[in-house]
Design a protein around this ligand. Sequence first.
Ligand code: PLP
Length: 443
Amino acid sequence: MTHVLHRQIGHSYPVACGGRGVIIRDSTGKEYVDASSGAAVSCLGHSHPDILAAMREQLDSLAYAHTSFFTTQVAEQLADDLVAHAPKGMSQVLFVSGGSEAIEAALKLARQYFVERGEPQRRYIIARRQSYHGVTLGALAVGGREWQRKQFAPLLIETHHVSPVYEYRDRRVDETPQAYGERLVKELETKIEALGGENVIAFVAETVVGATLGAVPAVPGYFRRVREICSRHGILLILDEVMCGMGRTGTLHACEQEGISPDLMAIAKGLGGGYAPIGGLLMQEDIFQAVAHGSGAFQHTHTYMGHPLACAAALAVQRVMRRDNLLANVRAQGTHLSRRLKERFGNHPFVGDVRGRGLLQGVELVADRGTKEPFDLKLKMHARVKGEAMARGLMVYPTGGTADGTRGDHVLIAPPFIIDGGTIDTIVERLGEAIDAATSQIR
Ligand SMILES: Cc1ncc(COP(=O)(O)O)c(C=O)c1O
């Protein structure tokens, strides 16, 4: 009998014992191809010798020093590195221990910024439906995954949700992608005007939607217009790049491909590649200056912020990514993965759409390709696919709630950046078998 409160109580999890490259091995010796990097985390794969060496070196000098007493060389170096490669105008980074913490910090810094500027009336956050920003109360409030928020609703801060960019289901047949994007931007602007632009703190969005919609990028021009509108109303744009950032879509930051720079940006997951828990909040210089010349401190600290071991891991990940030119591999293998997925599932009776960017690809499952009707909730199709994939030695990341926050299923494929074409072929082959097996009873 386990004393761990596992994600699914009563589910029997294999015991992970070892890993190397894109493979994880369990206690029975069975091997799994990690085609999802866990949850888009292990960007350099497992047991990377250079990351382990950097972490050992840090441990040999200092494991921990509380940030109210000290800074550390490794935290300073990591901040320098991240700021040097950050979107335009960003000057500082706050280190936390994961994605939810980074979002929580973003919401609070945005609010404090306006208080410091003498605009304390600003209190509303606008975000998008079918988005995921984490599980802590602030992050959950801005998230738009209905089934996950529902029971906690009485505890959540007031957040206003607008439509996500979800071309597969929501773009009208008579609409160009640009016209669709413009319709969504109008919806955002209408919401801002209804709340009063002077009362809104921020608009929060994932640059490429990860876990909730399954690797859905915005339509061309959408984010440029969102940027314009936020700036016009003096509202902060907070981008959540916890999943889609740090190289996952083929550029270090996903927003580079949108040609915009946010006011605040949350990063995590691939930042430390799973070698240590770490997240970060990057901020524009003017936000930093408002706090620096105002109260002088962001009122938001954690015991483990800037943990030296986590910073050492993240710094080593950044250096290896550049040394080994891994962004180029993300782009090349991302193209290969997308092509192979489209070949395998383009005519599959239970796959409605294949989409994504770089090594963040998604396959949406439907009961009927013609009507796009999702599978019956009771079938738990995403869980079935996961089980069938694991049985075949394949880790992918299937999730439910795709279509409307409750119904719908998709599978996320997000392999480590060190993946090669042959392994991608194996992934697609095993995923095809898993989806066929999971859907075979309903044919
Ligand atoms: C886009 C996004 N934001 C925030 C989070 C929350 O991160 P964490 O699980 O590290 O708290 C996640 C996690 O999946 C995510 O995908």
